[in-house]
Structure formats: structure tokens, C-alpha cells
Design a protein around this ligand. Structure first.
Ligand SMILES: Cc1cc2nc3c(=O)[nH]c(=O)nc-3n(C[C@H](O)[C@H](O)[C@H](O)COP(=O)(O)O)c2cc1C
Length: 397
């Protein structure tokens, strides 16, 4: 049994929220309702109190809350936040990070998956501002149950009618299942660039931002895995709940990864590990006048290849950043490094791949099955990657 938080906002279609609540209860879950103040003007919270068996939360500053800081306490317990119906207003507040009532504050605090079922007049739904807000939230991983076309409460016909309660409950239950699909597994993710030092202040590195690996780690956490994130230097904020290990140079990353490899079930090597390091590293800063004419580079050890040679049942995922012949190069790499899956992306395109928010990739598994992931945010791509890993794991069993 999971605790599902149901956000109810002020659309006339909120009467359907009762059926959504019932649907989750029938599936064996506990439901806590949060209403906006405006929603409570349309119907009494008593209706939801009696259906849910819990006092409906409306106010942020409420002396009667059983918990001291209720939105944080509830955020820790919640397995899923479903907002049905969601007004244009709450979608805009979520997208902008406004936290001026209980529901919007709770949204910022909750780490669980979020599902939004919008309901509004067609003009409001199709307004460019609302479209932008929905896109922004989707890019952050929020899921939507699209409204249907039909007769609207305002008397108009068109898009904006709240999806059927059954559909909302079905999608919500799917998200809950995704959350536990990696329970009991240890996932090791590497992310970011490495730095190969010439002396204590100068280094050779690459343009990797760490965004992709951090999203892969975040998604694994959402799906219930224990996550170890071995990260090169990045400015990304690590996902809460991951065990974070910092590694600077390729050799250090190799050491940290190899140490943890035997106890890992799935390894995703998203880090852009340097292929070369300096043949010699000076202990002190090299003086300008003393800079050598030639700087000799030597290849670093290939961590992914070592993992491929040593693997005993681990599922190994590699990344290939290519500028040409993406598919052919990826196929070569999957064989030569004994990978179970490769995520190959073309880093020659502007605004994609390195240091960008978006990515586009080909996913190829050991059987040669190809998934083409068109341009999407790294948050969304991390889902596609985990779906592919889970599909391959399923067919391996
Ligand atoms: C009777 C009535 C029905 C409404 N229905 C909707 C609706 O379906 N969708 C919507 O986005 N706004 C609707 N509104 C407007 C919202 O209630 C309004 O934007 C409000 O400020 C949203 O507050 P909330 O998001 O905190 O609930 C409706 C307003 C009224 C008076």
C-alpha cells in the first residue's frame, strides 16, 4: 500500500476527483487530499474527508496540522502526487516554482513522481502560455494525462475536458509500478568529465556537463534502486538519495568504479572519461618560462572495457559520443566492450549532447535491437534509457 497525494484545484470537473480517489483506494492505496482554497469554495472539503478517511489539507499555516512542518513531512511519505483536476493556474505555478499555498509548496518539496490531469476551457488550454508551462513541466519529468475533446462546463465544445478517472488512475498506478521496478537493485552510474592534470592548476578535460548521468541516476532512484553516483567535476546538483563519490581524473574514477563494480547489478557509464592523460604530472605549477616545447600524452585505461572483461552478471551500459557514423561505431563498441546496451549520440549537432539540456540518441542492445530516441530533454531520455534497460533485463531472465 502506497500513500498517494491527490491535489484538487478549482475546476468544475473536480467532482470527478472523487472517482479518482476511489480508484486508487480500490487498488489498495491510501489517499491524502490537498485542495486549493478556490477548490474548497466549489465543494466542501468534508466530501473528501469522508471519502479518504483523512482531513483534507488546504492551509499552509494551520495550527491544527498533526505534523510540525506538514508539507515536508507529507512529501517524505508520498509515493505519488496526482493533481486532478489541474487548473491552468496550478500548472503555471508549478512551472514557475511559485509556492504560495499548500499544494504548490508541496509540489516543490515532493521527490515522488508527479501526474497532472489538466481541465480547462479550450482557449486556456491552447494558450501559448499554458502550452509553454506544460512543456516546461514535461521536460522536468512531470507526467500528464491529456484532457479529452468534448463538452466543457463553460458550455463550449473543445479540448480541455478532464480525462476520464479510470484513465488517470491507470496512469497513476503505472507510475507507482515504475517507481518500484528497480527495488532491490544496486545501480552504479558515472557522470561528468574527468580532469587529467599537467600540474596542480592545469588540466585536460572535455565539455561533458554531467547532466545526462545525473538524470540517469535520478530516474534510477525514482524507480526504487540504490544508486551510487561516481561523478567527475560538474556544477550539477546531485539527486537526493544517491550515494555520491567524487572522482577527478580517469585513474581515480577507474579506482572508485572498480571498487564498487562487484556489488553492482546495473552499471551505466555516462561519464566522458578522458582518452588521454599527460605522460608526466608535475607536483608544482610549471613556470611560464619553463613550459616544455612538447607535451606528451598517453592513453588512459579504458574503464568500460575493463568492466566488460570482468563482468559477472552485471548489466553494462555504455555511452558513445560520436561525430560521424554513429550507428556503425556504436555497434562496434557494443561487441568489443561486451556491453549489454549502448546509448549512442551524435555530438556534432548544435544544442544537443555535450553541455546541452537536450539529447537525441540511438539505443542498441546486445541483440541488435535499436530504439531511436528523437530530440528530447535529458530528463525524458533517462526514462527511455531505463525502459530499454528494464526491457532487456526482462528478456534476459
Ligand atoms: C465555476 C468556475 C469554474 C472554473 N473552472 C476552471 C477550469 O476548469 N480550469 C481552470 O483552469 N480554471 C477554472 N476556473 C478558474 C480558476 O478557478 C481560477 O483560475 C483560480 O484562480 C484557480 O485557483 P486554484 O488553481 O488555486 O484552484 C474556474 C472558475 C470558476 C469560478
Amino acid at each position: 500500500m502506497a500513500k498517494i497525494v491527490l491535489g484538487v484545484t478549482s475546476s468544475v470537473s473536480l467532482y470527478k476527483a472523487c472517482e479518482v480517489l476511489r480508484g486508487f483506494q480500490k487498488a489498495g492505496h491510501e489517499v491524502q487530499v490537498i485542495m486549493t482554497r478556490n477548490a474548497a469554495k466549489l465543494v466542501s472539503p468534508l466530501l473528501f474527508n469522508s471519502l479518504s478517511g483523512h482531513r483534507t489539507i488546504i492551509e499552509l499555516f494551520d495550527e491544527d496540522h498533526p505534523w510540525s512542518v506538514a508539507h515536508i513531512a507529507l512529501a517524505k511519505e508520498a509515493a505519488l502526487l496526482v493533481v486532478a483536476p489541474a487548473t491552468a493556474n496550478i500548472i503555471a505555478k508549478f512551472a514557475a516554482g511559485v509556492a504560495d499555498d499548500f499544494l504548490s509548496t508541496f509540489y516543490l518539496a515532493v521527490g515522488a513522481p508527479v501526474l497532472i490531469a489538466p481541465a480547462m476551457n479550450e482557449a486556456m488550454f491552447l494558450h501559448p502560455q499554458t502550452r509553454d508551462n506544460v512543456t516546461r513541466l514535461r521536460r522536468r519529468g512531470v507526467e500528464f494525462v491529456e484532457p479529452a475533446k468534448g463538452h466543457l462546463a463553460c458550455g463550449d465544445e473543445g479540448w480541455g475536458r478532464l480525462a476520464e478517472p479510470d484513465e488517470i488512475v491507470r496512469r497513476g498506478l503505472e507510475l507507482l509500478k515504475e517507481k518500484v521496478s528497480l527495488a532491490g537493485r544496486t545501480v552504479l552510474v558515472t557522470a561528468g568529465p574527468t580532469r587529467e592534470y599537467l600540474d596542480p592548476v592545469r588540466y585536460l578535460s572535455n565539455r561533458s556537463s554531467g547532466k545526462m548521468g545525473y538524470e540517469v541516476a535520478r530516474e534510477a532512484l525514482l524507480r526504487g534502486a540504490r544508486v551510487i553516483l561516481v561523478s567527475g567535476p560538474t556544477h550539477e546538483i546531485p539527486p537526493a538519495g544517491a550515494e555520491l563519490i567524487r572522482a577527478d581524473a580517469a585513474a581515480e574514477m577507474e579506482r572508485e568504479v572498480l571498487k564498487r563494480f562487484p556489488k553492482s547489478d546495473i552499471v551505466v557509464m555516462a561519464a566522458a572519461v578522458a582518452d588521454f592523460s599527460f605522460a608526466a604530472r608535475a607536483d608544482r605549477k610549471i613556470k611560464k618560462q619553463a613550459l616544455p616545447e612538447d607535451l606528451k600524452l598517453v592513453p588512459t585505461r579504458d574503464i568500460l572495457k575493463t568492466l566488460g572483461e570482468r563482468k559477472k552478471g552485471q548489466f553494462l551500459v555504455g555511452f558513445a559520443a560520436e561525430t560521424d557514423d554513429v550507428k556503425a561505431n556504436a555497434l562496434k563498441k557494443i561487441k568489443s566492450k561486451r556491453l549489454d546496451l549502448i546509448v549512442a549520440n551524435d555530438v556534432s549537432k548544435q544544442g544537443l549532447g555535450f553541455d546541452a539540456d537536450d539529447n537525441q540518441a540511438l539505443l542498441i542492445d546486445a541483440r541488435g535491437r535499436v530504439t531511436d530516441a528523437p530530440r528530447m530533454s535529458k530528463r525524458e531520455l533517462s526514462r527511455v534509457i531505463w525502459d530499454a534497460i528494464e526491457a532487456s533485463l526482462g528478456s534476459k531472465r
